[in-house]
Design a protein around this ligand. Sequence first.
Ligand SMILES: NC(=O)c1ccc[n+]([C@@H]2O[C@H](COP(=O)([O-])OP(=O)(O)OC[C@H]3O[C@@H](n4cnc5c(N)ncnc54)[C@H](O)[C@@H]3O)[C@@H](O)[C@H]2O)c1
Ligand SMILES: [Zn+2]
Length: 692
Amino acid sequence: MTVQPVSAASLPLDQAAVRAGELRDLLHHHAHLYYVLDAPALPDAEYDRLFQELQAIEAAHPSLLTPDSPTQRVGGAVLEGFEPVRHVVPMLSIRTETDTEASGAENFDARVRRELDLGEHAAPVEYAAELKFDGLAINLRYEHGVLVQAATRGNGETGEDVTQNVRTIKQIPLRLRGDGAQAAVLEVRGEVYMRRDDFEALNERQRAANEKTFVNPRNTAAGAIRQLDPVLVRQRPLSFFAYGIGETRGWDIPPTHSAMLDALQAYGLPVNADRAVVRGAEGLVKFHREIGEKRDTLPFDIDGVVYKVNSRELQRRLGFVSREPRWAVAHKYPAQEQVTRLDRIEIQVGRTGKLTPVAKLEPVFVGGTTVSNATLHNLFEMRRKGIRVGDQVIIRRAGDVIPEVVGKVDTRRASYVPNFRMPRHCPICGSEVVREKGGIDHRCSGGIFCPAQRKQAMLHFAGRRAMDIEGLGDKLVDQLVDGGIVTSLPGLYKLGVAKLTALERMGDRSALNLIEALEKSKHTTLARFLFALGIRQVGETTAKDLAKHFGNLESLMNATEEQLLAVKDVGPIVAKSIAAFFAEAHNREVVAQLLAAGVSFPESDGAAAAPAGPQPLAGKTLVLTGTLPTLSRDEAKELIEAAGGKVSGSVSKKTSYVIAGEEAGSKLDKARELGVTILDEAGLQALLAASD
Ligand SMILES: NC(=O)c1ccc[n+]([C@@H]2O[C@H](COP(=O)([O-])OP(=O)(O)OC[C@H]3O[C@@H](n4cnc5c(N)ncnc54)[C@H](O)[C@@H]3O)[C@@H](O)[C@H]2O)c1
Ligand SMILES: [Zn+2]
C-alpha cells in the first residue's frame, strides 16, 4: 500500500499522471474488496483519503480525468449467482463533506444558495436532516402495495435481485398499509443494517465456537444480504430504515422530502425518528452537533448525517452531477475505524481469572476519542487474524463497546516477529495459567488469592447494575487491594472513615460519601445481589430469573443442579456453575458475612411481597419496544413493576399498552394490528403518575 501524503494539486502534470494511475488502481482494488466481496482490507477513513487525493488531482488537472475513474462512478458490481435488476431511477451516491466541523454544513448551504441564485436577503433554505446509516442501500419495489422485488444498488444502474433474502427482514412489510396499497408502483429506498447489539451477539457466538469473527456491522450486513443461502441470512439479524424513493407510478409524490418520509412511515415502513426539518446553515450545524452528541448511544452505527434540500421542486432545479445529486450531502463524523501500530501486548486478568491480551497502541483518534488500548479478545482470535507486535492494525471503537482490534492491514514485516504466547504464570499473582481442554480461554488458577481477580470481583460487585456503590471505582479498589486494606467483599462494609482518609486523594468528604453509599447499597434486591456475587455464567437476566424462581437466597444456595435446571433459560452449564459456586465453603462464608454486615433484600424483584407505593398499573400487562428517549429498558421495567404492572415480551390481545420508543419494530406492527393502545414515554409517565 502506498498511502503517502502528497500535496496532489502541486504536482507537475507528468508526476500527477503517474500518481493518478496508482490511485485509480488502488481504489479499484479496494472498491472491489468492499463492494463486491464485502471484505474490505482498509478502514473507510483510509479509503476516503485516497479518494480525495485522486479528486484533488483531477480537479487540478482535468485532462487526467478518465470516465472509468472511481470518482465518476458508483462503486458496486453485480455478483454472479444473482439476477441483475435494472434500476429505472438510478441509485446514486452522495457527495461527502469530510470536514467534521460546523463548516461542512455551511459549505453545503452556501453551495445550494449559489446554485439556486439566492441573494443575500433571500429566506433560509429548508432542509430535511437525517442520519447516515452505515449499511447498504436497498430498493424495495411495491406494486399495488405488495413487495415484488428487492435489489441492491450495484453499480447504480444495475443491481442484484435479493428479494428472497430481504423477505427475512421482519421490519420490512411485505404489504403496505393505507394509501400505500393504492400506488401501482412505489419503489422505496433505504438502508439495510445490523444493530450493534445483534452484531456483538453474533461475534460472541463466533468466538465461543472458536470461529472467525466479523469486522463491523456494515460489512456483515452487506455480506448477509448477498448470501446465496437464505438460511444463513436468517442467522444474521438485519434491520431496515427507509429514506427515499425510486420509480413511482400512480402515486402523488408529496411536495417535500419530509412529507414523503411521513407517508412511507404511515404505510408501515420503518423510518428513523432522529430526523428534523431545519432552516439554513444554522439549523444544519445544530442538527450535526446534537446527533454527534448522541451518536454513541444510538443502537446502530452511523458515519454521519445527511442533509437534503426539502422541497422536491428545488431538488429538481438543482439536479445531478455524475454520480450524486446536487441537493444532498453527507456530513461525516470522526471515523470509527482507524489504523495504528501495535506496540506491545499486555495481559489483563479478569474477575473470573480470564487472561485477555490487550493491545498497547500508538495513540489514535477513533470514534471521537484517543485510544491507546484495545482488546485482542483471546489468543486464538489473534492468531487467526495473523496479528503480531509491530503490525499496522485496524482499531474499531463504536458506541460504548470497548475498543477492539478487528484486523490488520496487509503489510510486510521488516523482520521476523515471533508469535505471541500466553504466559504460563499469572502476571499478577504468579499462579499457574490453565486452559480447559478444547476451551479458548486461558485462566489464572489463583482464584481468591489473585489480587487481579479480587479487584475485578470488587468492581463488579460495586457496579451500577449490581450493588450500585457510588464512588467505588478502579483507582480506589487498586488502593484497597494493593494496600491489603480490604481482602474480600465483606471487608468493604467494615471500612471506616479513618482507614479511608489515610488513603491518597481521599478527603473527609469523599470518605463520608463512600460510607454512605456503602450503607445505601445494603438495601438491595435478591437479583442484584446474585448478579453482584459474580458467579460465572450468571448475568443480570439469569440472576433475575433465579430470584424470581427461588424467591429467597436459602433455597437457591441449597438447590441441586437438577432443581436449577427447572429455572427458565438455565441450561446444564449454568446450573453446574451455580451449584459449584455454592458448594464452595469459601463462597458460603462470603455470603454469610455479607448478610451479617447488613445486606438485605426484603423484596425479591417483582415476585410476591407486599407492594409499597400506589399501584396504578395493577392487573395491566405492558410491552416495551424500541428505544425510549430517557428511560432505559430496565428502568422502564422497574417503574412499571413498582406500579404493579407486568412487562411482557410479546404483544397479544391481553396486552394493555405498548410503550413504543424510537425504532420500534414488529411489536409495534402487531400492536397496531390488534388495536392495542400505543403510548410513548410521556404516555407511560402519565400512567405511572395516575395514582388512583
Ligand atoms: N474500506 C474500503 O476499502 C472502502 C472501499 C470502497 C468504499 N468504501 C466506503 O464506502 C463509502 C462510499 O460509498 P458510496 O459511494 O457507496 O456512498 P456513500 O455511502 O458515501 O453514500 C451513499 C449511500 O449512503 C447510504 N445512506 C445512508 N443513510 C442515508 C440517508 N439518510 N439518505 C440517503 N442515503 C443514505 C445509502 O446506502 C447510499 O447508497 C465511503 O464511506 C467509503 O469509505 C470503503
Ligand atoms: Zn492471578
